[in-house]
Ligand binder design. Structure first.
Ligand SMILES: Nc1ncnc2c1ncn2[C@@H]1O[C@H](COP(=O)(O)OP(=O)(O)O)[C@@H](O)[C@H]1O
Ligand SMILES: [Mg+2]
Length: 249
């Protein structure tokens, strides 16, 4: 038992192999392979249209890959969908939810869908962590974009997932809230051993958050490693310069 446990801890939580998505004759994701280990924050970087969101949507089972495989917790997503997705959550700027419900009601719906126990305590906790007290009873339709982003993050954290996919989670947050959210995510990662896949166009944030970075361009991985490794390999001063160099060919 102990041996199995150790094996589990050291093995990758997410294994993506040769993942490909074609829309008609356009290839959005082109033979991408990577792993995410337990407690690791992997940054997915790349210009608009590189295939980041499409990759995340395949990892969430929202769209079907044209080719390749996705395994999580050692299971194949194609055949163990419910088992896997119950332990996974996500947040995205483009998420939609019932706009006529209040923030609190939306969180309750998520709690119910995931069959959570101790719902009130969990919602209290998340509301406090994300500083959502002042709009907890507001109708979702009336939220500002920063409040909306915090609600989508709250939904993602509420279910205590083992893997979190965050698509531009801090895109519409002011620097103060964005800073707090980064701190919170790092804390959850430390305390719960959460694995996180993260996209952002903020290069400083990428450098600060990511244990490892994958750089996607036109659906292909063109660089990977720590921010420092990538920066050195391309002979640039920082990730921002690498980004500009790669994105401009
Ligand atoms: N449903 C779709 N049908 C056709 N093309 C799509 C679809 N979804 C995404 N694409 C295309 O795939 C490419 C990658 O998109 P996306 O994954 O959203 O990129 P990113 O998130 O890196 O900006 C883009 O060129 C986009 O227009
Ligand atoms: Mg995107």
């Amino acid at each position: 038992m102990t041996d199995n446990c150790t094996l589990f801890m050291s093995s990758p939580i997410v294994q993506v192999s040769n993942l490909t998505k074609r829309f008609g004759d356009f290839t959005a994701v082109d033979g991408v392979s990577f792993e995410i280990r337990q407690g690791e924050i992997l940054g997915l970087l790349g210009p608009n249209g590189a295939g980041k969101t499409t990759t995340i949507q395949m990892l969430l089972g929202m769209i079907t890959p044209t080719a390749g495989s996705i395994r999580m917790f050692g299971l194949d997503l194609a055949t163990h969908r419910e088992e896997i997705l119950g332990q996974v959550n996500f947040s995205s700027t483009y998420i939609s939810m019932p706009y006529s419900l209040t923030v609190e009601e939306n969180l309750k719906v998520v709690a119910k869908l995931y069959g959570l126990s101790d719902v009130s305590r969990r919602i209290d906790e998340v509301v406090k962590k994300l500083e959502m007290e002042e709009f907890r009873f507001k109708v979702t339709r009336k939220l500002s974009s920063g409040q909306m982003t915090r609600l989508t993050l709250a939904k993602a954290i509420l279910t205590e997932p083992k893997v979190l996919f965050l698509d531009e989670p801090t895109a519409s947050l002011d620097p103060d809230i964005a800073h707090k959210i980064r701190g919170l995510l790092k804390e959850v990662r430390r305390s719960a051993g959460l694995s996180i896949l993260y996209t952002s166009h903020n290069m400083k944030e990428m450098e600060e958050m990511s244990d490892r970075i994958i750089f996607l361009q036109k659906g292909k991985i063109v660089a990977q490693g720590t921010a420092q490794e990538i920066t050195e390999r391309f002979g640039q001063r920082d990730l921002e310069e690498v980004f500009l160099k790669l994105a401009r060919g």
